[in-house]
Ligand binder design. Structure first.
Ligand code: SF4
Length: 311
């Protein structure tokens, strides 16, 4: 059964310059126990999608579509019900642990708070569980470090603490938004390894611009561009044989594949191109690409691609 099923999700932001189409008719599913990577350049709509699932967007955002989680449409829940889902069943690990952690409270008390709020655990058991959680995310001397303030933790330890906090409520879905951003290579690898381990029996939406990180811990990858999903494939298929010209360009721009950037720049989300959103940058564009919007095509083995080349 799909843990999360997103259908026709559209997020619009009215601005003085016009309507920002942040995501456009997104269809995406995450299975039980699956790690799905959502990759794309910054400004492609990845973070907006994560925030829309949790209904954390600013009030003026117009959100349309269906976000079904364990059978319930999150977009139609009352705020009170949504608060119970948020933090208990779905948690988000944000990109910047320094700003996500409260500097005037100890790391331990912040995790403890989650346990008491969402699991109804008493103070004594909560403290014991916090130490267990810190051990689980490999914080050395966990029983001592539990009394430390965030500034006493290194960047990697803060990220581990954020993961411990996310695990505290034993959620079924974790949304991790660039959790390794700004970490050095060794720490990044350790955090990825840890995330893979702790999400073995959970579902995760792993949002990143770093394809190599997504490839390391995700079974499938969805590629996002200008608010749209352009390709969804099993990780190895996407890496070995990208079907969408944007995915191919994205791969070729990686240092390991020759650092060849895609020509041009991403479009303005206020004034998106007609037809295929990628056509101004695509070497394969034909007249139909400029005129018509390509539908998402279902290729064998659950692969999907939005490109006329595969019609
Ligand atoms: Fe390129 Fe056309 Fe495919 Fe768009 S639909 S990616 S323009 S070939």
């Amino acid at each position: 059964m799909s843990r999360l099923e997103i259908s026709n999700l559209r997020v619009l932001f009215p601005t003085d310059d016009g309507l920002v189409k942040a995501t456009n008719d997104v269809d995406l599913g995450i299975e039980e126990g699956e790690n799905l990577g959502l990759i794309g350049e910054s400004g492609s709509g990845k973070t907006v999608l994560g925030m829309a699932i949790l209904r954390l967007l600013p009030k003026d955002a117009r959100v349309e579509g269906v976000v079904r989680f364990n059978g319930r449409d999150l977009l139609s829940l009352r705020e009170e019900e949504m608060r119970r889902v948020r933090g208990r069943e779905i948690v988000m690990i944000l990109q910047n642990p320094t700003s996500a952690l409260n500097p005037v409270l100890t790391v331990g008390s912040q995790i403890e708070e989650v346990l008491r709020l969402h699991k109804g655990v008493d103070k004594r058991s909560a403290r014991k569980r916090v130490v267990e959680l810190l051990k689980m995310v490999r914080i050395r001397d966990a029983s001592k470090r539990v009394r430390d303030y965030p500034h006493q933790f290194s960047g990697g330890m803060k990220e581990r603490a954020m993961i411990a906090m996310a695990l505290a409520s034993d959620p079924t879905l974790i949304i991790a938004d660039e959790p390794t951003k700004g970490l050095d290579v060794t720490v990044k690898r350790e955090i990825l390894k840890l995330l893979k381990e702790v999400t073995e029996r959970k579902s995760m939406l792993f949002i990143t611009h770093d394809l190599a990180s997504a490839a390391e811990i995700c079974e499938r990858i969805a590629v996002m561009y200008a608010g749209e999903i352009l390709e969804v494939a099993k990780t190895e298929d996407l890496l070995d044989d990208p079907l969408h010209p944007y995915t191919e360009g994205f791969l070729n721009s990686l240092p390991s594949r020759g650092l060849k950037p895609i020509r041009g720049i991403g479009p303005s989300l206020i004034d998106l191109p007609h037809g295929c959103k990628f056509h101004p940058r695509c070497d394969h564009a034909t007249e139909v690409c400029m005129r018509e919007h390509p539908p998402m095509l279902q290729i064998e083995d659950g692969r999907q691609v939005r490109c006329f080349l595969h019609a």
